[in-house]
Design a binder for this molecule. Structure first.
Ligand code: ADP
Ligand code: ADP
Length: 225
């Protein structure tokens, strides 16, 4: 089974009102294990909506979402939340790290919430920080880190619970071009090391070209580029 299969998704906001917007109108996308797909679309095209539905943060009006062959649309909200926590990692344009906690703690906390013991959770956090080249920054709070370092910590946090699917919404969109390239390299090597399936939304066509496959979201459907 593919890691992610979404099929014929439709989603509208403000149903039946004059300001109704039909964002998804039959969107389908399949991502295999180890495959990294670039999702390219202008702002407002529905990328966040698609990623939130694929990542079980939101539900579609119709269509299917299957993760590793299991139809998520048939599960209860509670089950779906449990599957999301165990299976899906999210990265946003802004890091959303907890400001009162250190880099290490920000990566440890989701593991504790998922039932891990402290010692192995700290070891895993250090391994991840080391892989993205910022192990020496483990004890710093987000405010003491550069923008690129903050985003690297957010990548580690997203991978803390060993998800099989990574969904990233403009993961380097908030960084200057030089930093963006370096941080993107760090993300790609992390993704390649772990062999997970990923959908990475970006406006940057050079970054998109480095992924396995490029798709675009246009008029509510996903098309190969
Ligand atoms: P993108 O991530 O590509 O910028 P979004 O999925 O955030 O696109 O939004 C797609 C469209 O849906 C936009 O026109 C946006 O204004 C609208 N939209 C998104 N979320 C909501 C919401 N909760 N209520 C109403 N409209 C929304
Ligand atoms: P964007 O700016 O790309 O649309 P946001 O960070 O504003 O994304 O998050 C969009 C929605 O997803 C919000 O409703 C937020 O509460 C929810 N959200 C963000 N991160 C997580 C997370 N790690 N787990 C669960 N929900 C999240």
């Amino acid at each position: 089974d593919p890691t992610l299969m979404v099929a014929d998704l439709t989603k509208a906001y403000n149903h039946g009102k004059p300001n109704e917007v039909r964002v998804l109108q039959g969107a389908s996308l399949t991502v295999k294990r180890g495959e990294v797909v670039a999702l390219v679309a202008p702002s407002g095209a529905g990328k966040s909506t698609l990623l939130h539905i694929a990542g079980l943060l939101d539900t579609a009006d119709s269509g299917t979402v299957a993760i590793e062959g299991t139809d998520m649309t048939r599960l209860s909200d509670r089950r779906r939340t449990a599957v999301r926590r165990a299976t899906v990692g999210f990265i946003y344009q802004f890091h959303h790290l907890l400001p009162e906690f250190t880099a290490l703690e920000n990566i440890v906390l989701p593991q504790l919430a998922n039932g891990a013991a402290t010692k192995p959770a700290e070891e895993r956090a250090m391994t991840l920080l080391d892989r993205v080249g910022i192990a020496p920054r483990a004890g710093h709070r987000p405010a003491a880190l550069s923008g690129g370092e903050q985003q690297r910590v957010a990548f580690c946090r997203a991978l803390a619970n060993e998800p099989s699917l990574l969904l990233a919404d403009e993961p380097t969109g908030n960084l200057d071009p030089d930093t963006s390239d370096k941080v993107f390299d760090a993300l790609m090597s992390l993704v390649r090391d772990t062999g997970l399936a990923a959908v990475i939304a970006t406006h940057n066509l050079e970054l998109a070209a480095r992924m396995d496959r490029q798709v675009r979201l246009h008029a509510g459907v996903v098309e190969d580029l």
